[in-house]
Design a protein around this ligand. Structure first.
Ligand code: SF4
Length: 292
């Protein structure tokens, strides 16, 4: 813990409301071992970022103010550059001074690295999972069972395939992985409206159901305020407090920053929680601080 650094971060973010990068989302590779129905950004360049490029981005964004790092892909566990592996990036980022490092993975590789937090994408059970991700779910479940040293959360991106399985999924997680909670994202039409996008009515119905599940004690991580903001669409976005860097360039918020028609349907719930944090809504603050 570095209390002064946390204090400076909170002061700039909450009180001064400075628009500087706080979060760096670094896409360290576009290689992925899966071919998921909703994803069109993997395996285009089929290239890892080099260790030296990664170090340059980490240092540049640290000097611009970023203190939280999200390592993403492709699949980050596939990344390597000669003898360097994912763990080496995490250790480098800790040395540079990043306060929290999160890894976003599909969970198909043993969760052996040591970030502060790991998000595993899992958007359904058995057949639903296989329909979306093209593989059986068992390997991912086994890797989660074995990762008892890790702080983990699950990301369930709601779409027209899996929207009917949410309660069943939450019950499964509640009984099989009592330490875990689920963050619900919503399918975002990054590449234009497609068959996975829920209608506004469908989305609002699903959100009501997720809120009910949360009130019943099922492991929903989204705050109720965050879910309601997604339903109403009334929150500030896009934001320039997090930046995404990949092999094509650097983007505030996400690669769709200049596409208001996409932002209108944004389902990136973490962004909503951050937007509410900034407006000092106590509900999400309390939940996020307790969890991380
Ligand atoms: S609000 Fe941000 S994360 Fe959502 S689609 Fe727009 S640019 Fe991307």
């Amino acid at each position: 813990m570095k209390p002064i650094e946390y204090f400076k971060l909170a002061n700039d973010f909450f009180l001064l409301k400075k628009d500087r990068p706080y979060i760096l989302g670094l896409m360290i590779t576009d290689l992925c071992n899966l071919n998921c129905k909703h994803c069109r950004v993997a395996n285009i360049y089929k290239r890892h970022m080099s260790y030296s490029e990664i170090e340059k981005h980490l240092r540049t964004y640290y000097s611009r103010g970023a203190r939280l790092l999200y390592l993403e892909g492709g699949e980050p566990y596939l990344w390597q550059d000669n003898h360097y592996h994912l763990e080496d990036i995490i250790q480098l980022a800790k040395i540079i001074g990043y306060l929290r490092i999160h890894v976003y993975t599909n969970g198909t590789f043993p969760l052996a690295a040591h970030p502060h937090f790991t998000w595993v994408s899992m958007d359904g059970l058995a057949e639903t999972y296989r329909t979306i991700r093209g593989i059986p779910i068992e390997r991912v479940l086994s890797n989660i069972f074995k990762a008892d040293h890790q702080r983990l959360g699950l990301i369930y991106t709601v779409n027209t395939i899996n929207s009917g399985e949410i309660r069943k999924f939450l019950n499964f997680v509640h009984f099989e992985f009592p330490r875990l909670k689920v963050m619900f994202f919503f399918h975002t039409p990054y590449y234009g409206v497609d068959s996975l996008l829920l209608s506004e009515n469908e989305k609002n119905e699903v959100i009501r159901m997720i809120i009910n599940c949360k009130e019943e004690g099922l492991p929903v991580l989204n705050s109720e305020a965050g879910l309601q903001a997604i339903a109403s669409g009334l929150y500030n976005r896009p934001m320039k407090i997090s930046w995404v860097v990949d092999q094509t360039g650097e983007y505030p918020c996400c690669r769709s920053y200049d596409h208001p028609e996409v932002c209108k349907h944004c389902g990136y719930s973490s962004g909503v929680e951050i937007a509410l944090l900034r407006s000092i809504r106590l509900n999400p603050i309390k939940e996020m601080v307790e969890w991380f």
